[in-house]
Design a protein around this ligand. Structure first.
Ligand SMILES: CCCCCC/C=C\CCCCCCCC(=O)NCCO
Length: 503
């Protein structure tokens, strides 16, 4: 009796409970199997990625042995051609192979260490070697270009950082890539992005975190963060990314390079995920201009009829007429770091000294909170205000220096300086102009933000310890005036280079 009594109290589960438990177990088993399959795919892609980088390394070392110092001897500008940075001249002259793109022995190491590449395009080397210079070569003949993961390239995955997108290669090239190829460019790598693209960090479950080439504890920015790190580290001359809230401009600013976010439809957006605008990234403004010149062609207009047939306006771009420039140092939402503020202030002075008219700091576009409300209410109101002030272009801050890895996820609000020009759909570019100084760092002691809240405290922490990191300014023009925006960027770049040479 003593033994059977407890047994008698034991309840057997009812049939519905048993069925529920079995169903739950089955679901868990299926989920486990699905995740296992996904992880297997991730591992395969990671191996493929490793093989690609190793192959690049092999080609690059072979190239260096063969070509030696030729790159450093190539420079200047051929008569009749638009002025082009020396390295572009070199590739167009056939002196550089897609992965032998650089004269710096560190570039491939930085490329590897920053983890910026997702896929190496194996056919690019053969294409490059076999390229026969046609009678009328395209404007980008022989130029190796890097492409953000999310921009479709036939035969390659556009993962957007999701494991479920592995082994789903794009059926055809995006219009952008088609036109690049028709202009003679050779896409040679795809570059990393944050999962979903809605972040200005650069991390995903497949390829991991991309680091900033100027300081490995900092993010490269995002979502075109792989491009930022690759170009910033010297691993690519010209790359392409997309922008919805700052995804071209933030990684460029963080990595010390230039980028242009054009008006939404100036370049075709067909064949890219989640995008407000597609644009070029490069170390030099002249390279961005070359890319725009090449892309704004009949092929682009024919392949995508929604793109207005506006060829590159050389007259506007090459004009030296003094500009009427508006400027502001803060948007009264995200308080600029001391270096962001100084970058704008110093550039304002340089522009004035160079003979441009720079609107007073307290113009109504940024005097108080009102202008931001106007923007959200009406883009037309903003344009009318701009016209009333008789401005050609606007000089303003862009977030910087680069934040530590992981910080962008906590600070979406800090996109305020860039996202504004997506809301307005104005062309906006960034140009690196300075680096964080000891004095900037000392001033961070007093940084409280505009609100002194949780976000401001995180931002203050993120900005600190940044001496030596690049800081950029943002250059903005009215819709469809990419050439004017680039012309302004070129001026800013020239003045910054002159100043930094003297300092
Ligand atoms: C007054 C400004 C308020 C800012 C509020 C910001 C809210 C959300 C921002 C999300 C972060 C976006 C990062 C940019 C990512 C991007 O541009 N991705 C698209 C790529 O095509």
């Amino acid at each position: 009796v003593a033994v059977t009594a407890p047994m008698a109290r034991l309840h057997l589960p009812s049939l519905p409970t048993l069925l529920c438990c079995s169903a739950a177990s089955l679901l868990l088993l299926l989920r486990w199997q699905w995740r296992r399959r996904l992880w297997k795919k991730v591992k395969e892609v990671q191996l493929k990625h490793e093989r690609g980088v190793a192959q690049m390394e092999k080609i690059w070392l072979g190239f260096r042995k063969k070509v030696g110092a030729i790159i450093s001897t190539v420079g200047g500008c051929k008569g009749g051609e638009a002025p082009t940075p020396p390295r572009l001249i070199a590739v167009r002259a056939g002196c550089i192979s897609p992965v032998g793109f650089t004269g710096s022995p560190q570039a491939l190491q930085i490329t590897r260490e920053t983890n910026c590449i997702t896929e190496y395009m194996w056919e690019s080397e053969t294409k490059f070697q076999q390229a026969v210079r046609p009678e009328k070569p395209g404007l980008l003949f022989g130029v190796p270009v890097s492409i953000k993961d999310s921009i479709n390239c036939q035969g390659y995955d556009s993962t957007i950082g999701f494991a479920s997108n592995i082994n789903k290669p794009a059926a055809e090239d995006s219009v952008l890539v088609q036109v690049l190829k028709r202009q003679g460019a050779i896409p040679f790598v795809k570059t990393n992005v944050p999962q979903s693209l809605i972040s200005y960090d650069c991390n995903n479950v497949i390829f991991g975190q991309t680091l900033n080439p100027t300081l490995y504890t900092r993010t490269s920015g995002g979502s075109s963060g792989g491009e930022g790190a690759l170009i910033g580290g010297g691993g690519s001359i010209l790359g392409f990314g997309t922008d919805l809230g700052g995804s071209l401009r933030l990684p460029a600013a963080f990595c010390g390079i230039c980028a242009l976010k054009p008006t939404g439809n100036r370049l075709s957006k067909t064949g890219h995920g989640m995008v407000a605008a597609v644009g070029p990234m490069a170390k030099k403004v002249e390279t961005l201009a070359l890319a725009m010149r090449a892309l704004l062609c009949e092929d682009m207009f024919n392949l995508d009829s929604t793109v207005p047939p506006l060829p590159f306006n050389e007259e506007v771009y090459s004009s030296t007429k003094p500009l009427r420039i508006g400027y502001y140092e803060t948007d009264f939402f995200t308080m600029p770091s001391p270096s962001m503020r100084r970058a704008v202030r110093e550039m304002k002075q340089l522009l004035e000294d160079a003979g441009h008219t720079v609107g007073h700091g307290n113009n109504p576009l940024h005097r108080d909170q009102e202008w931001r409300l106007q923007i959200h209410e009406s883009c037309h109101k903003f344009i009318a205000q701009w016209k009333k002030l008789n401005l050609d272009v606007m000089l303003c801050p862009v977030l910087g220096p680069a934040l530590p890895v992981g910080y962008p996820g906590k600070l979406a609000v800090a996109t305020s300086y860039t996202i504004l020009y997506n809301c307005l759909d104005f062309p906006a570019g960034v140009v690196p102009v300075t680096t964080v100084t000891d004095e900037d760092e000392d001033e961070m002691e007093n940084y409280k933000g505009h609100y002194g809240d949780h976000w401001d405290r995180i931002l203050a922490k993120g900005f600190s310890g940044s001496v030596g990191l690049p800081v950029a300014v943002q250059c903005v023009a009215l819709p469809w005036q990419e050439e004017l925006c680039l012309r302004f960027m070129r001026e800013v770049e020239k003045l910054a280079e002159e100043k930094n040479r003297i300092v």
